[in-house]
Each structure stands twice: as C-alpha cells, then as structure tokens.
Design a protein around this ligand. Structure first.
Ligand code: ADP
Length: 241
C-alpha cells in the first residue's frame, strides 16, 4: 500500500515541527563526556544524538598501518542497534562504511597529522538516536572530540544538511523531511579556512537551487561553528584575574 505524502511545510513557511525554513533543530554540545578516551564529545540535533571518542595519537594497533611522514586517521561511524525504531543490525552496513570514509575525508584537511608520524588517531562515532542528519552530527562531534583530545588542528569542521521539502529549501532536515523530501545535501566546512570538506547530494536540485542551498548550508555551518567554539571555550577557558 502506497503511503500518502504528508504536507511538511505550510504556506507561510512553517515546518512540521514548528521551525522556520532556515532554523536548526535545538542543538546541544558537550566535550569530555567519556573518561577512558583521549577526547570525547556528545552532540544532539533534536532527536539525533551522537557520541564521539578519540584515541591517540598512539602506536597503531597493526604495524602495517604505519606511515613514515604522518599519523593515520581512522574513523568508524556506527549506528547503535537501539538508535532506530526497528532494531538495526549491529554489523557495519555498506552505508556505515561509506559514511566512515566520507567523515575521514572531511576531517583529514584540518588534522595536523604531519606532527605525529608513525602513529594513528582513531575516531569512533556512535549514533545513539537517529532522526536524520546523523553524518553531519557525527562530523560535528568528531571534530569536537579531536579538539578535546588536544590533537592540533587547522580549524574545526562544522556540518549541517540542507534539504528540499515541498519545494522549499530547508536547513537541518530531520528524518521525516528526509524520507518525504525531494533532496538532501549534507555540507561540512572548515569555516576559517573557507574550505568545503564534504558535500553530498541525494535527490535533484536545479543549478539555481543548488547555489541557494549552499548559501543556506553556509549560514547553518556558521551557527554550528559558533556553538562548537563556545562549547570548547566553556570547558577550557581559564580566567586569570
Ligand atoms: P543521515 O543520517 O546523514 O541523514 P541518511 O540520509 O543515509 O544519513 O539517513 C537518513 C536517516 O535515515 C538517518 O538519520 C536515520 O534516522 C535513518 N536511517 C538510516 N539508516 C537506517 C537504518 N538502517 N534503520 C533505520 N533508520 C535508518
């Protein structure tokens, strides 16, 4: 039976959860949430919740991984079996393998891996609740956890997804908007380097919509970046009277 597509944006531009078109979900961020990792972070975008842990720079578990001139960055994105409404098979899916790879590639330009030859820096990301935009939440958490671990970085990576829903471009799409929408475009940037480190597009946008979507993503990325910096500042700023 074909399910009817619900109306997700009203005529006056209000989304199904009450947000404006260019509004993020309520965001929470915290660093240093795990005691056993070198660095960690918790990030929440509405009902999407992820946790990231960083180990290293450390001697790689397998010697063949060693690179003589820089650290190896390894990333694992994983959805917990309890993160979805139907239990997710805990074995890594093709989707999780792909997302792990794009997350690594999105972080590599900012991590100063050349400072730690012959080591590995391992980033583990666990999605504990999935409601759309998990890869972008994962990147935001990974970047905070790397900073929390004291890994030297050229910049933070901040990410958000823009979607097209009922013909409107909307910021930070959730699961329902992703399921029924016409397009989903996750974007990650190193804002101070003015560098896009991840851009994917699922669906169809016209060239004009694409450039509008990119501008909307840029606005979201800058808001996320500000929150990331505030989170780190709140944890590490020491006031000297
Ligand atoms: P992202 O989470 O980055 O938006 P996708 O567009 O691939 O990545 O997925 C959209 C959403 O679909 C996810 O955030 C999650 O809520 C849901 N989802 C993905 N994989 C599964 C799965 N195996 N079981 C249930 N829901 C899933």
């Amino acid at each position: 039976m074909k399910r009817e597509k619900p109306k997700l944006v009203s005529e006056d531009g209000v989304r199904h959860d009450g947000r404006r078109l260019d509004e993020l979900r309520p965001v929470k961020m915290e660093v240093g949430v795990l005691s056993n990792a070198s660095g960690s972070a918790y990030v929440e975008f509405g009902k999407t919740r992820v946790i990231a842990a960083v180990y290293g720079p450390r001697e790689p578990p397998q010697r063949y991984m060693v690179l003589p001139h820089r650290a190896v960055l390894r990333c694992r994105y994983h959805m917990a079996p309890f993160s979805t409404d139907e239990r997710k098979n805990p074995a890594p899916s093709r989707r999780e393998i792909e997302i792990s790879k794009v997350i690594r590639e999105a972080l590599e330009p900012v991590v100063m891996s050349e400072a730690f030859p012959r080591t590995s820096i391992d980033v583990f990301i666990e999605v504990i609740s999935a409601d759309g935009g998990t890869r972008t939440a994962a990147l935001n958490a990974a970047s905070l956890a790397l900073a929390d671990a004291g890994v030297p970085m050229r910049d933070l990576v901040a990410a958000v997804a823009v979607g097209k829903v009922d013909g409107y471009l909307v910021l930070d799409i959730d699961q329902v908007e992703d399921n029924y929408g016409e397009a989903d475009m996750p974007v990650a940037m190193a804002p101070s380097l003015n560098m896009v480190t991840l851009l994917q597009l699922n669906g169809v946008l016209s060239p004009q919509e694409f450039s509008q979507a990119l501008n909307l993503a840029l606005k979201g990325v800058n808001e996320v970046y500000k929150l990331q910096k505030e989170t780190l500042r709140n944890k590490y700023l020491v006031r000297v009277e």
